[in-house]
Design a protein around this ligand. Structure first.
Ligand code: NAP
Length: 283
């Protein structure tokens, strides 16, 4: 029997409804997105985030700066948004042009407004298991796993990829959910030895169909984060043939992608709540 598809698109719509209700209750939730330069994929992401933010009633400012923006100019923009009380969430689209120091820029964002969960303070809180703002992609994956009742406590979870925005926070969240977690990366030997052991397999590598059907354990839950653009369209890191082996699997597109944006909006509402002192989690 083929795997059940984990429908990220409709779950994302449900999350957006929840956020819309939260925004209505809060009265005002403000988001600022900052994009530097002309990267076409970044423009697509920002436009999507702006569209969906507007759709749930978040007041979104769309700041687009030229590619030649200096470090000082960008830091000044972030400083202004940090101090703007009408802004609850502040998102700087990555990657930045090469002449800008990404680490310094991220550190300049007020951690309470860091809805991408990438400030070292928030990453540190996640590491320590304290409530915090968590990157949208792994947060969305946890929500998908919960929604489909995928057991995590005691399960073997394998994460392919160790980036700061996906792989590492994913591993921490799975660990917090009491899974036994293995993180694989480009130097991992015998990848399939690990993947074949996974009850929950999260592929966040960025290599077209790296995970073949023969690398997936029968009955596993497979979460495909990969977004590989080809002339024929968008494809994941997992060969679709894995559908015949897995019990649950996310499609690409229509899986993790829509959930990521929905969770960034959820983070924005959460940041607004925390700034009003209504929830703990972001000091
Ligand atoms: P990244 O920063 O490039 O990290 C890729 C990771 O994969 C690295 O840790 C790398 O190992 C590892 N890797 C590379 N080759 C490998 C191999 N052969 N076997 C095992 N691991 C390998 O990428 P990212 O930002 O985490 O994104 C990963 C993918 O997810 C990309 O396709 C990206 O577009 C997609 N993505 C999707 C969403 C979404 O919303 N759907 C969000 C974010 C990212 P090293 O650390 O050793 O180099």
């Amino acid at each position: 029997m083929p795997a059940q598809l984990i429908d990220g698109k409709s779950l994302a719509a449900k999350v957006r409804e929840e956020v819309a209700a939260e925004v209505e209750e809060l009265g005002h939730v403000g988001l600022a997105t900052v994009l530097v330069g002309d990267d076409p994929a970044s423009h697509v992401y920002i436009n999507l985030k702006q569209k969906h933010a507007g759709g749930v009633g978040i007041r979104a400012r769309d700041i687009k700066l030229p590619a030649e923006t200096t470090q000082e100019e960008l830091l000044a923009t972030i400083d202004e948004l940090n101090n703007d009380d009408s802004i609850d969430g502040l998102l700087v689209q990555l990657p930045l042009p090469d002449h800008l120091d990404e680490a310094r820029v991220i550190e300049a964002i007020d951690p309470r407004k860091d809805i991408d969960g990438i400030h070292p303070y928030n990453a540190g809180c996640l590491y320590l298991g304290r409530p915090t703002l968590v990157p949208g992609t792994p947060l969305g994956i946890m929500r998908m796993l919960a929604e489909y009742d995928i057991p995590l406590s005691g399960a073997r979870a394998v994460v392919l990829g160790r980036s700061a925005i996906v792989g590492k926070p994913m591993a921490h969240l799975l660990l917090q959910a009491n899974a036994t977690v293995t993180v694989c990366h480009s130097r991992t030997q015998d990848l399939e030895r690990h993947t074949l052991d996974a009850d929950v397999l999260v592929a966040a590598v960025g290599q077209l169909h790296l995970v073949g059907a023969d690398m997936v354990k029968a009955g596993a839950t497979v979460i495909d984060v990969g977004m590989n653009r080809t002339e024929d369209g968008l494809f994941g890191d997992v060969d679709p043939g894995a559908m015949d082996v897995a019990a649950y699997m996310t499609p690409v597109p229509g899986g993790v992608g829509p959930m990521t944006i929905a969770m960034v909006l959820k983070n924005t509402a959460h940041a607004a709540r925390a700034r009003k002192g209504l929830v703990s989690g972001v000091s």
